[in-house]
Design a protein around this ligand. Structure first.
Ligand SMILES: *Cc1c(COP(=O)(O)O)cnc(C)c1O
Length: 407
């Protein structure tokens, strides 16, 4: 198979001027991969800075509630900055150190990848610039606040719809002008080669741990593993631990207001995506008949992306990963139940995986185990969640805060 391809998906469609930079990155990545001391250093950094290995928590109360499969939760919420994103940014940070570069740039939509990159840059002493659509800068103020306090420069992008895909284009433009000093820390398992393969490698730490842990705790392989799918990095991360076993892998996309409403971000389960080449790679993109990217919707900002990892497009096409979609309403119900029964607060993104697991667990046998990958914690979603619950005291609080500023 051609390098950088997964079946018919992937590739490296980059401007001529970036060719040299990509070759250099591929070389550095392949050298790191061949050098076991690199992975050793990565494990040490992740243990010391990001609380790895993260636990595999047995969800005693949820298991009892549903009365079917044994439910385990992989706790990626306990990472630095509260999600699996730390696995990727710290890995790329170590690679930047090896390449001797001093400046990192990143794109961000909801701001979570921007915050993760800003922490990494602060820790390693890199200059950091984050590109963010102007719309997102306004909507995601708390994350912009933290990025700036962590020392990053946030650049609002005023092109196009002023959201994530415009930020990605702007980050590539920056890279073209400053490629000698700069590394582009791409946020998920998408984009041109080597990013999908490289980010998947860093995220494979989730699956490696989960595999060991489920054997220790349950004595055998799980029957199914569930993960939410935005770009696909947490899903690919956990799935890699089970690809060569008889384990069913389930990716859950954003069903938004319902697949029949058009307001969702489901590329594999829905019928609005088609093969396309943009942003440097080939995958299934949500687009209209003229190839224009369409607006996506999800209650979870991190699942709101038009493309999907070429690795998952391939595994989906081959039938190795089953795709499902969860609606915004289902997500809130699953989140509510999980908080009340287990005392953990999954991110809105992660809650998509819980929805599908909850639909299936009751029909499974108590002899079987399932793993839900909890990609992140939901504290960051307090504004969205409180609004969705229509919590009156919260409304009063927000208004009183605003009044405080006006005085
Ligand atoms: C960013 C994010 C996601 C979506 O990204 P993937 O690349 O699909 O994993 C999911 N969950 C959380 C908590 C996130 O922050």
């Amino acid at each position: 198979m051609k390098k950088g391809y997964f079946g018919q998906w992937g590739g490296m469609f980059v401007p001529e001027i970036l060719h040299e930079t990509f070759m250099q990155l591929i070389e550095a990545y392949e050298a790191a991969r061949a050098d076991s001391t690199f992975w050793q250093e990565y494990l040490e950094v992740m243990a010391n800075y990001s609380a790895r290995p993260t636990p595999l928590t047995y969800a005693h109360n949820l298991t009892k509630h549903f009365g079917g499969a044994q439910i385990y939760i992989k706790r990626e919420d306990l990472n630095q900055t509260g999600a699996h994103k730390a696995n990727n940014v710290m890995g790329q940070g170590l690679l930047v150190k090896r390449m001797g570069k001093k400046r990192v740039i990143a794109e961000t939509g909801a701001g979570q990848h921007g915050v993760a990159t800003a922490t990494m840059a602060a820790r390693f002493g890199f200059e950091c610039v984050v590109y963010m659509g102007e719309e997102d800068v306004i909507r995601q103020r708390p994350n912009v606040f933290w990025m700036e306090k962590l020392g990053a420069k946030v650049v609002p992008v005023r092109d196009g719809a002023r959201t994530l895909k415009d930020a990605i284009n702007e980050a590539f433009r920056d890279w073209v002008t400053l490629m000698d000093s700069t590394h582009y820390v791409l946020g998920t398992v998408c984009g041109p080669h080597p990013f999908p393969e490289m980010v998947a490698w860093f995220q494979s730490i989730i699956g490696q741990e989960a595999r060991r842990q489920i054997i220790d705790q349950h004595g055998k392989m799980p029957a199914r593993v569930y993960a939410c799918v935005g770009g696909g990095s947490n899903a690919i991360g956990v799935f890699q631990g089970f690809l060569d076993e008889d384990v069913e892998l389930v990716g859950v996309e954003a069903g938004g207001k319902g697949l029949d409403t058009g307001q969702h971000a489901s590329r594999m389960k829905g019928d609005r995506a088609a093969p396309g080449v943009t942003q440097g790679y080939k995958t299934m993109f949500l687009q209209n008949k003229d190839g224009q990217m369409i607006d996506t919707h999800s209650i979870a900002a991190g699942l709101d992306y038009v493309g999907i990892s070429p690795i998952l497009a391939d595994l989906g096409e081959k039938g190795r990963v089953r795709f499902e979609a969860a609606t915004d309403t289902e997500v809130l119900d699953a989140l509510t139940l999980t908080m009340r029964t287990e005392g953990v607060i999954p991110a809105l993104e992660s809650s998509h995986a819980f929805v599908q697991a909850f639909k299936e667990a009751p029909n499974m046998s108590p002899d079987e185990a399932i793993i839900i990958n909890m990609s992140g914690r939901g504290d960051k979603d307090i504004f969205t969640i409180a609004k969705a619950y229509d919590d009156p005291s919260w409304k009063e609080f927000i208004i009183s805060q605003a009044d405080g500023f006006r005085k």
